[in-house]
Design a protein. Structure first.
Length: 355
């Protein structure tokens, strides 16, 4: 100070600025913990970091050390986190949530006309599965409950064919908001609302339209768009051969188209979930990965069912092609009179089937 008073003054200013920068660095770290809470290290450490960030942001703790102590051994974690309830939920992985339910509630697909379709969402959650997470508190361990989706033949068949006299169990949320403690309820789906009877009726309508040479309806066009087989071509070829498709074959085609339709619905749910997830940054990466794995299991179960049905259709198509080939060979060996009689017989068959 005696030798260079001005130098001393400058050094004091540098010291103050360095201290200020350190304080800013600590505050920025706390802010980052809140903003990237969704990708913070998993488990208790993440909950503790979020507690510290909320405590500092809300002025509950005087400094960084007090926040670490309060959210650690002092036992103020639950009370501190509660003060940020609602305000930081979207970036806080320590908030209690039902993952599938949170995503479905964000999806416009399950809120037609702005009204949340609770029963449809419960059925979808039963099919897809979910993860329920309740964070630990100072005196409670919390819970982490992964629930696998139910892609069994019973549930899928009920959706395709209706439950008939039987009933199936689907999730029943304890309340509509968070659904943290769902139970089960008995559910009946009438055949009139099931997928396969509706698809079979659409196929019958297409067969009639082909015979009458009339346009197909918009609903029938939508079915053709999701079908994984050349459905319209199969029906057209059958009509061209002058023979009606057996009932068993139509039922097989209806099952394939129904599973295709179910795939389309599931894809819609998954895509909507993906879009909703863009604002769901408070989700824990590990839990989301597990949830997506459960969805993939459901998709694979449906794919296996669809593959088995495709094998049956391939066998049917081979029989049709072989029959047509033999018929053409025989027709070339017939006399003109026999060929004319065969054509007349086909015409009579066709009129008898359509009138």
């Amino acid at each position: 100070d005696t030798v260079c008073p001005e130098c001393s003054k400058i050094m004091q200013e540098f010291s103050q600025k360095a201290q200020l920068m350190n304080n800013l660095n600590i505050n920025s770290c706390e802010m980052a913990q809140g903003l990237v809470g969704g990708i913070w290290p998993k488990g208790d450490l993440a909950d503790k970091a979020i507690c510290e960030a909320i405590g500092n942001s809300e002025g509950i703790f005087t400094d960084y050390a007090a926040a670490k102590h309060g959210c650690g051994t002092k036992g103020q974690r639950a009370s501190t986190t509660a003060q940020g309830s609602g305000k930081y939920d979207d970036v806080n992985p320590g908030v209690a949530r039902n993952y599938t339910w949170t995503i479905l509630k964000k999806s416009a697909f399950f809120s037609p006309g702005g009204t949340f379709d609770r029963e449809l969402a419960e059925y979808a959650m039963t099919l897809i599965g979910t993860i329920i997470y309740v964070p630990p508190k100072d005196d409670e361990p919390g819970k982490f409950v992964p629930i696998a989706g139910e892609a069994s033949s019973t549930l899928v068949t009920s959706l395709l064919d209706g439950t008939g006299a039987n009933r199936v169990l689907i999730f029943n949320c304890d309340e509509t908001d968070k659904c943290l403690d769902p139970g089960f309820k008995s559910f009946a789906l009438p055949a009139s609302k099931a997928l396969r009877p509706r698809v079979a009726a659409l196929i019958d309508g297409m067969v009639q339209a082909i015979h009458d040479d009339t346009p197909i309806t918009d609903a029938q066009k939508e079915l053709l768009q999701v079908a994984s087989i050349p459905l319209y071509k199969i029906l057209t070829v059958q009509a061209a051969y002058g023979r009606g498709m057996p009932t068993d074959d139509r039922e097989t085609l209806a099952e394939i188209a129904s599973v295709d339709l179910l795939f389309a619905v599931l894809d819609r749910i998954v895509s909507e979930a993906g879009r909703s997830m863009s604002s769901f940054i408070g989700a824990d990466e590990a839990k989301i990965a597990m949830w997506q794995g459960q969805v993939n299991v459901v998709r694979q179960a449906l794919a296996d069912r669809q593959a088995n049905t495709h094998l049956r259709v391939s066998a049917i198509l081979q029989i049709i092609e072989k029959t047509a080939f033999i018929e053409n060979v025989l027709a070339t060996q017939m006399s003109p009179g026999m060929a004319a009689a065969l054509d007349w017989s086909r015409g009579v068959q066709s009129r008898a089937l359509t009138h």
